[in-house]
Design a protein around this ligand. Structure first.
Ligand code: NAP
Length: 336
């Protein structure tokens, strides 16, 4: 079966996912495109999907009889309405992060999917599909004993001028929030944020770097350094300390050079290149589940928990060092 996919939002990631479906992956075809800017949708149609129909609205695309499944790749604030419409239509829906821009919005999606009774939503937390994180999880699950601590870092060389302090949580750390929960098979119970000296590369509306301290239900302590003006590269670090040993996320493959009296390894600078393979695997997973009329992988519940945790982290940023409790509602049976 070829899954006929409609893509809503044909900006950077919508275009890239369209390319992936059309040129890299088997089992699916993009048959419909929609964007707030119809010219952007037409450009992607011309470049990548000449047989696709361009719709004026996302709602019309979701309702189209020949669309089996939907990719929501538009601006974050629009996700909730499109995902709810896809659930109402009974169509599998891949939603780029965030699932919604508020915890209540994510809860609306969880409630709608739970009422539907089967999974239809996959959230675009692609790190769970990264080969390095998967290897790390295997080692954490079976070799280093009970996890006690995690030391992680998310560093970007630079960010645009409009990037402000809360975005370090919503746009950057959101990936750690999801992947560390998955890695440890645990939930968060509190968050605290501490700010070191501010980098001179930052600006008045961005306190950079920052350290987010999370505690889990099982008692694991996590520190995540977020440093988005680190200048030297895009660098993702994760070390899990267990009772019997520790395990590190592997570095991306790079040639070690002995050159000019130095031992050198290149460090990536572009985040898109760092997890490019995981985007392929996550969409292949979506296509396989959509062919069965369902969804797997990171769920709406995971998106909801990420939203609750993000809100707590932003409150922690604003409260200057206070420990903010994180309380999750009961998990609907659909997500057990
Ligand atoms: P982008 O380049 O700005 O693309 C978003 C597109 O959506 C734009 O073309 C925008 O049109 C369009 N749009 C806005 N409102 C819309 C609506 N109501 N209906 C349909 N289209 C609408 O942004 P992006 O970088 O692709 O990001 C899109 C989403 O993907 C964001 O939620 C982002 O967080 C997520 N993302 C995730 C990852 C990841 O690592 N998983 C990576 C990148 C992005 P206008 O420009 O005309 O407003």
């Amino acid at each position: 079966m070829t899954v006929r996919i409609g893509v809503i939002g044909t900006g950077m990631i919508g275009r890239d996912h369209t390319r992936r479906i059309q040129q890299v992956l088997a089992g699916a075809q993009v048959v419909a495109l929609s964007d707030y800017s119809i010219d952007a949708a037409r450009a992607v149609q011309a470049d990548l999907a000449p047989d696709a129909t361009v719709y004026e609205t996302g709602e019309a695309l979701i309702g189209a009889a020949d669309v089996d499944a939907v990719l929501v790749c538009s601006t974050g604030s629009t996700h909730e309405a499109y995902v709810l419409a896809a659930i109402a239509a009974g169509k599998p829906c891949f939603c780029e992060k965030p699932l919604a821009t508020t915890a209540q919005g994510a809860k609306n999606i969880v409630d709608a999917e739970a009422a539907h009774g089967t999974r239809l939503v996959q959230v675009g937390f692609m790190r769970r599909y990264d080969a390095g994180y998967r290897m790390l999880k295997q080692v954490v699950d079976s070799q280093i004993g009970t996890p006690l601590m995690v030391h992680a870092a998310h560093r970007n060389p630079a960010v645009p001028e409009q990037y402000v302090t809360p975005m370090a949580i919503h746009d950057t750390m959101i990936h750690e929030i999801d992947v560390l929960r998955w890695l440890l098979d645990d939930d968060y119970v509190s968050a605290q944020v501490v700010f070191p000296r501010v980098s001179s590369k930052s600006h008045s509306k961005l306190r950079d770097p920052q350290i987010v301290l999370l505690e889990t239900a099982k008692g694991v302590r996590i520190d995540v350094e977020i440093f988005v003006n680190c200048t030297y590269g895009y660098d993702i670090q994760c070390q899990v300390v267990g009772e019997e040993g520790l395990a590190n996320l592997p570095e991306p493959m790079a040639i070690t050079k002995r050159l000019g009296a130095e031992l050198r390894n290149d460090i990536m600078t572009d985040w898109k290149a760092r997890f490019v393979d995981s985007y392929d695997v996550e969409l292949a997973d979506f296509i396989a589940a959509a062919a069965r009329g369902t969804a797997s992988g990171p769920s709406a519940w995971d998106g909801y928990v990420a939203a609750i945790t993000s809100d707590a982290c932003v409150t922690a940023q604003e409260s200057e060092g206070q420990i903010i409790p994180i309380t999750l509602p009961a998990r609907p049976a659909l997500y057990n």
